[in-house]
Design a protein. Structure first.
Length: 575
């Protein structure tokens, strides 16, 4: 194995451009990092998988959490975050988030984001969501906060004439012979100035590629959320942590047991404004489950919904907000109202059928407080990163804030680095293995939903691990033109292309998630083991860190304590 690591099977780059920094992703984290790096005088290139405004940020409904209201303090925000994180938050990371958060939001407003304000006082309106003891969620357009933040940042990027490459799937990290980051390879999907596989050469790479919700059949994530950043980092030799903690949003519009792909979210802010969760008999089953009832942390609400579904033999619960009235629905939650009505449900006159669906990855690429990974020159922020802020369960609306705060920290760190000489050579990397047939995407999603969804057990996770391994071995047999066991077929491995690269990434992150979930034999936060129903602080108040070896094995290690372990970030350059 070379220092570059291993890579996807893809054509050699046919073009390249040079920069100081390449930012991969165009959500709140990526665009904030790019703008700050540009302001610092760094030649910055943004690479994004679709268009600039097509990432996960624009789907965020509820808002952004920060101690902006009278009587609220960063300490109170810290306490709520630590409780939601179920003992695995890194307190230093959370403290950075909550203390720097209010000013970061103010800078976002200066950039052009328009939050909802009181018509008389002009003060930002704040609401509550699950796990928060105070109103500290700033929102825009009622329930279109992410869309407004995305609009403001995209316009700022365009005004700054920042170079962007849209419709580009990032493939792998480039490294120089000393093991330092030297850029990325990417495939541009037939639009714009470049086409096909190329490279952006830069001494600093910021991964802000979002989540991996597409590993499950039903998710709130857009179709581009295929875990590309985590997979790239693993192939490059970086460590990932806490991937077993996938947050399932409790209230996603139920469209049927067989519904697949991106599902409409019913924001936690609806419960924050007073909506009630009820069962088929109209009973508020969250009363007595937690002091905050419907506003308990998301893992508690999701588990309560699943228990009630099991008890009653139903497929979903209901969210009842009929008492809001038509005017409040139209002004406060116009996006959700439209989505419900598009599916034949009128929340003004009837309860909304809801069930949990995959929503947010609390884990990801392991970083320090400056966003630095274990690979020199490689940074990560936003949902793709594991900063230690979220622990075992993300506190509602902390994600947009984390993207802001840690993107600014990354830009500051890159700007302060000694100027790195451009890499004159790039180490070659071995191909990571065969590409999967794109048709197996639905197989992966169904395997993960059945075996590693909201409810997990040793049996379900073992079944998932075996099924994922069978998919991988099937690809190996095909790549070697070897008849599979029990078959006389002589088939061909998948041709390089966007769909094959995506599904290969999905398989890798699925294997990591299942490996960590099998190892963690307890229930904590959004990791729910039916065969280990209790939280075990004696053995499991610690993190699981995973890396990929040169022979494509996953190595899982357990940290000594809940303290988030430091990463090595020393950068060396040839004399």
């Amino acid at each position: 194995m070379t220092r570059t690591g291993i890579r996807l099977n893809a054509p050699a780059p046919g073009w390249s451009i040079d920069a100081d920094v390449v930012v991969v992703g165009s959500g709140v984290a990526g665009l904030t990092a790019a703008l700050r790096c540009t302001t610092a005088g760094l030649r910055t290139v943004v690479v994004t998988k679709a268009r600039l405004d097509d990432g996960s940020t624009r789907w965020a409904q509820g808002g952004i959490a920060a101690a902006l209201g009278d009587g609220d303090t960063p300490e109170q925000h810290l306490d709520d975050t630590l409780v939601a994180g179920a003992g695995l938050c890194d307190e230093d990371a959370v403290r950075a988030l909550v203390t720097e958060g209010p000013d970061a939001v103010r800078r976002l407003i200066e950039t052009g984001a328009l939050f909802d304000t009181d018509p008389e006082s002009g003060v930002i309106q704040l609401t509550r969501e699950g796990g928060h003891h105070r109103r500290r969620i700033a929102h825009a357009g009622g329930d279109a906060t992410g869309a407004e933040i995305s609009r403001a940042l995209v316009e700022a990027v365009q005004a700054a004439s920042l170079r962007t490459i849209e419709n580009a799937l990032v493939l792998d990290l480039l490294k120089d012979p000393e093991g330092n980051t030297a850029g990325v390879t990417l495939h541009v999907m037939g639009e714009g100035q470049h086409d096909g596989v190329g490279a952006v050469r830069a001494a600093a790479v910021v991964l802000a590629t979002g989540g991996m919700g597409q590993v499950f059949s039903a998710t709130t994530n857009p179709s581009v959320s295929t875990g590309d950043g985590v997979a790239l980092a693993l192939r490059a030799g970086a460590e990932v942590s806490d991937l077993e903690f996938v947050q399932f949003h409790p209230t996603v519009l139920f469209l049927g047991a067989d519904a697949e792909g991106q599902q409409p979210l019913v924001s936690e802010a609806v419960r924050g404004e007073g909506a009630h969760l009820v069962d088929a008999d109209g009973v508020r089953f969250m009363l007595g489950q937690h002091e905050l009832a419907e506003l308990a942390p998301r893992d508690i609400v999701a588990k309560a919904i699943m228990r009630r579904i099991r008890e009653q033999g139903t497929e979903h619960m209901y969210l009842d907000a009929r008492h809001f009235g038509a005017e409040m629905w139209a002004s406060r939650f116009p996006t959700i109202l439209a989505a419900c009505r598009a599916h034949g449900i009128d929340p003004v006159t009837e309860p909304i059928p809801v069930a949990p669906a995959a929503h947010y990855a609390s884990g990801g690429i392991r970083t320090d407080l400056r966003g630095r990974t274990s690979v020199p020159g490689l940074y990560a922020c936003g949902e793709v990163a594991c900063t230690g802020v979220h622990g075992a369960n993300r506190l509602a609306s902390n994600s947009l804030l984390e993207g802001l705060v840690f993107a600014e920290r990354i830009a500051e760190d890159i700007a302060a680095r000694p100027e790195a000489p451009a890499a004159t050579t790039v180490e070659s990397a071995e191909v990571s293995g065969p590409l999967l047939d794109p048709a197996t995407r639905i197989d992966i999603q169904r395997i993960m939903t059945a075996g590693a969804g909201v409810l997990r057990s040793a049996e379900s996770l073992d079944n998932a691990a075996d099924a994922l391994e069978a998919l991988y071995l099937s690809a190996v047999y095909d790549a070697e033109h070897t008849p599979r066991p029990g078959s006389a077929a002589d088939t061909k491995d998948a041709e390089p292309g966007v769909e094959a690269w995506e599904v290969t990434n999905l398989l890798l992150v699925s294997r990591v998630l299942v490996a960590a979930a099998r190892e963690r034999e307890e229930t904590r936060g959004c990791h729910w083991r039916e065969d280990h129903p209790d939280r075990d602080d004696a053995d499991w108040r610690r993190h699981l860190v995973v890396r990929l070896t040169s022979d494509r094995r996953l190595v899982v290690r357990r940290t000594e304590s809940a303290a988030f372990p430091p990463v090595s970030h020393a950068v060396t350059h040839p004399a």
